[in-house]
Design a protein around this ligand. Sequence first.
Ligand SMILES: C[S@@+](CC[C@H](N)C(=O)[O-])C[C@H]1O[C@@H](n2cnc3c(N)ncnc32)[C@H](O)[C@@H]1O
Length: 264
Amino acid sequence: MTTIADIDFGGLYREHARAVSRTGKPASAWDARAPEMQGRWRQSRYAEAFIARMDLDGAATLLDVGCGPGTICLPLASRLERVYGLDYSRAMLEALRSGAAERGLTNVGALHRAWEDDWSDVPVCDIVVASRSTNVPDMAAALAKLHARARRRVYLTHRVGDWPFDPGAIEALGRRLLPPPDYIYVVNILHDMGIHPRLDYIETEQRRAPAADFDELARRIAWSLGELTSDELARLRAWHERARPGAGETGGPMRWAFISWEKA
Ligand SMILES: C[S@@+](CC[C@H](N)C(=O)[O-])C[C@H]1O[C@@H](n2cnc3c(N)ncnc32)[C@H](O)[C@@H]1O
């Protein structure tokens, strides 16, 4: 008889991620998004919701993995002795540094590192965070790294469910798409590691299909799915003209699973 204990969730995730092949963007792709993210995401309700769910009790240091412009670590820096933002995008780290300088913070460190790199000199911190940054080819390896760098607690968010686009738009493209691997892998891989995490959800104000503007929609889809062919673009445009997404709200809000655990 086969039971859930026979499933290698780490291996299953790797296979799923490979089949979807949306992981492994070069750092330059994120460099290009740094200015937009610095403005839009730094003081978001999402960050407030994330931080409201954290317990800083007894914590002096924090490591923010895939920190972007410092969405989580910057608002927390004044409550801690030292925070570190880790990211493989130099432009994101530049945005982190300038955000820290703007706020007069002198306790923010920037670590230029990828998930896949050697982390042996990354400081072990009381709290480790990975916010919307776990789109990795090997989740088991990533979770082991977060766990190893944490002294007290780990907090991460991972996407719930399907692609963040109107299903009509995907249908119009005519691609058969696997949904990307969602948070349930994270829960199961942690269980395999002997960790029993807490689970909560954050809904963002950002709608899944906010693109009233066609170029914006096409840009968002290409960011996630790779470049669109001219035929796909034509079909998407025809759908967009018919459906006029954004005229009425479509798609619903984005949902993130908020997953946390304590070090024993
Ligand atoms: C969606 S953004 C999230 C930024 C921030 N944590 C937040 O919640 O607003 C993903 C971040 O992960 C970083 N990232 C993506 N792949 C990475 C990798 N392989 N190694 C390190 N950082 C990576 C990107 O540069 C980007 O800053």
